[in-house]
Design a protein around this ligand. Structure first.
Ligand code: RET
Length: 258
């Protein structure tokens, strides 16, 4: 029996992210209160993203949001050996992601001025991606894990298509500043999000990373994808709505602009 679990290093990393998510949430709610209610949509969405992350990290740091998942491997080099492993699976991540990735997409879709149908397709595909990712994480056999993983990757491609193709088309009707800001923040999102399935493949799929390394890899990605993304979006929002009244109108009303 081999047990794969986090050490103090991993646990400390979970607490650090938990605190950072709490501080960013307070900052985002504070920023929301400083703008009129009509201009608060992006602030509210972004503050909820870090709030969900705070809750999920709190559950993981206190040892609640995970379970010891048992699986067996069979080696047939010289003779058949079946080894039983138990590895900590942090399922609270998937609860977090199933709520926060749709909200992150909503931020980007509203920024691009994407139509309702495309937003719905992007959000639903994203939820399918996270759900199937959760099933993959609890796979007993390699076939189960990589089968679900493949389905999740197809759903991810649908999300990329909505944002990258339809989103870029929608934003082409906007002013220059919004267009260049969208391509910068959507590009940043694309690179970051693509690292998640790579980390998953190495850590949860192939189980090459130990649990501590897995925690730290996701911690770095989560800080970039939530607080850093959020500050960038909201500071740009606030400065653009101060300097440009047309942009102001768009950011204020999201989809209903123009
Ligand atoms: C999984 C595994 C299955 C295949 C794919 C995945 C994609 C996950 C993504 C997660 C993004 C998370 C973010 C969190 C914010 O803090 C579920 C790892 C494609 C894209 C942005």
């Amino acid at each position: 029996m081999h047990i794969q679990s986090a050490s103090d290093v991993g646990n400390r990393a979970l607490w650090v992210v938990c605190v950072l998510m709490a501080i960013s949430s307070i900052a985002f709610y504070g920023m929301a209160m400083r703008v009129p209610v009509q201009k608060r949509l992006f602030h509210i969405i972004t503050a909820f993203i870090t709030t969900f992350a705070f809750l999920s990290y709190f559950s993981m740091a206190t040892g609640d949001g995970l379970s010891l998942h048992q699986y067996a491997t069979t080696e047939t080099k010289h003779h058949v050996v079946t080894e039983v492993y138990k590895r900590e699976v942090y399922w609270a991540r998937y609860v977090d992601w199933s709520l926060t990735t749709p909200l992150l997409l909503l931020d980007l879709c509203l920024l691009a001025g994407l139509n309702g149908a495309s937003i719905t397709v992007a959000v639903v595909s994203d939820v399918i991606m996270i759900m199937t990712g959760l099933f993959a994480a609890f796979g007993q056999t390699g076939g189960q894990r990589w089968g679900w993983y493949a389905i999740a990757c197809i759903a991810y491609l649908v999300v990329i298509y909505q944002l990258g193709y339809n989103g870029r088309y929608a934003v082409s009707n906007k002013d220059n500043k919004t267009r260049s800001f969208f391509s910068a923040i959507a590009g940043f999102t694309f690179v970051l999000w693509t690292l998640y399935p790579i980390v998953w493949g190495v850590a949860d799929g192939a189980r090459i990373f130990n649990v501590d390394t897995e925690i730290i890899a996701y911690a770095i990605l989560d800080i970039l994808a939530k607080p850093i993304f959020g500050f960038w979006l909201l500071f740009t929002h606030d400065s653009m709505s101060r300097t440009s009244p047309t942009v102001d109108g768009f950011w204020a009303h999201g989809m209903q602009s123009e």
